[in-house]
Design a protein. Structure first.
Length: 140
């Protein structure tokens, strides 16, 4: 099995809290950044989704904080889509320090919404396959 898609991020000082570690809400931003970077790497831009009448939605997110991150820390944020039958999919992400230490694990449930009907599309994996120039990045 190949390594999950990942993007590098440097923790910025303004993202830290009064204890000096990365604010808990910023982990969500890092996860979102990695997801959009994966879509773009697969050949799907945000405008492409809107033009075809769909948009990704977050239905549930769980973050497990393992080790603190400080300003200046270099991390990799992974992104791996996990597919099953139905209208939803899972996204597994890890925030890992340069030395390999896991700082956080993020698990999410997502879907792809039909922007006109305001309902989840029946087979989001199939829709991503249709839109992507490299669907293998989604594990499809």
């Amino acid at each position: 099995m190949s390594e999950p898609f990942s993007v590098p991020v440097t923790v910025r000082g303004y993202e830290t809290d009064v204890q000096g570690h990365l604010n808990q809400a910023v982990y969500l931003n890092y996860a979102e950044h990695a997801r959009w970077a994966l879509l773009q790497a697969a050949g799907i831009r945000q405008n492409d989704l809107v033009a075809t009448g769909v948009g990704p939605v977050a239905l549930e997110t769980t973050i497990r904080y393992r080790r603190e991150l400080l300003a200046g820390d270099e991390v990799e944020v992974t992104c791996e889509f996990l597919w099953s039958e139905g209208k939803t999919f899972r996204i597994r992400q890890t925030v890992r320090k340069a030395d390999g230490t896991v700082a956080a694990e993020i698990e999410a449930v997502g879907g792809l919404m039909d922007l006109t009907a305001r309902r989840l599309v029946a087979d989001p994996g199939e829709r991503f396959k249709e839109l992507a120039s490299d669907p293998a990045l989604f594990g499809l």
